[in-house]
Design a protein around this ligand. Structure first.
Ligand code: COA
Length: 241
């Protein structure tokens, strides 16, 4: 069981569940949440007992409604509030996890909430999910990776339209743009995530990790280097076996 205050961490049969747990504040991303996520992601990274991770939000209304506006863009200053977030590279930590991470998204998926989802490998959404990056409307830009991850996932024009217009997407629109892999009724969101986790877990863990590395690291490389990476990983896997 969890010893954290604003997240819940559970582990069952090789699946790690991280639940953002501030439902009264729509799971807004606070400094406390940052610290707890940093700790738990570090533990997951080093835990061979974790084969797949599922990230979700508590409560009916939101996965995460973005940065906690009561501590962000307020005292002592926006610059210091932002600096506090840069002190721990939570996004780098998300991206460094070798196990596949599934985001199960419902309700509001805004700002840092969407940026967190973009750091995950597979995104499942329920029909009520709404996606948006309100930062430019607040006079700032996304700084949890969103300006880089969003265009890499949905392409430059679609990302710029969302960022510049501030328009929120419905779940079907998000699906059409390939921002999410699949949209399911709300009641089926977690069973669907678990079914997928079970499927992934049924494969040898070293192969699963190698596939994730080949795709995620390879995407940042020119094709020739990506192919070299694939070959190295394939050889390492054979040696491992
Ligand atoms: N930070 C801190 N608290 C937040 C929050 C956030 N980002 N988003 C919502 N909350 C709190 C509200 O203050 C409210 O608290 P209260 O009950 O103590 O008054 C509670 O969560 C419920 O939110 P509420 O606004 O009443 O729900 P709603 O359904 O009417 O509206 C939103 C939902 C998401 C449209 C609205 O809460 C909102 O615009 N939130 C801010 C989104 C945002 O700009 N995020 C930052 C991006 S950088």
């Amino acid at each position: 069981m969890s010893a954290f205050e604003v997240i819940i961490y559970e582990k069952q049969d090789g699946v790690a569940y991280i639940t953002l747990n501030r439902p009264k504040a729509l799971n807004a991303y606070s400094v406390k949440m940052r610290d707890e996520l940093y700790e738990v992601l570090g533990a997951i990274k080093d835990d061979p007992g974790v084969r797949v991770v599922i990230l979700k939000g508590a409560g009916e209304k939101a996965f995460c409604a973005g940065a906690d506006l009561t501590e962000f863009l307020t005292a002592p200053s926006p610059v210091i509030a932002r600096q506090a977030r840069f002190e721990r590279d939570i996004w780098g930590r998300f991206l460094s996890i070798e196990q596949p991470v599934i985001a199960a998204l419902h309700g509001y998926v805004l700002g840092s909430g969407l940026e967190m989802a973009l750091c995950c490998d597979i995104r499942l959404a329920s029909e009520d999910a709404r996606f948006g990056l309100p930062e430019p409307g607040l006079g700032i830009i996304p700084a949890a990776g969103g300006s880089q991850t969003l265009p890499r996932v949905i392409g430059r024009a679609a990302a710029l339209e969302i960022l510049l217009s501030g328009r929120w997407l419905t779940a079907p629109e998000a699906l059409k743009l390939k921002l999410v892999n699949r949209v399911v009724p709300r009641a089926e969101l977690y069973p669907e995530a678990e079914k997928l986790a079970e499927k992934i877990k049924s494969h040898p863990p070293a192969a699963v990790r190698a596939v994730k590395q080949a795709v995620t690291r390879g995407l940042d490389l020119p094709l020739a280097e990506g192919l070299e990476l694939e070959e190295r990983l394939a050889r390492r896997l054979i040696a491992h076996e």
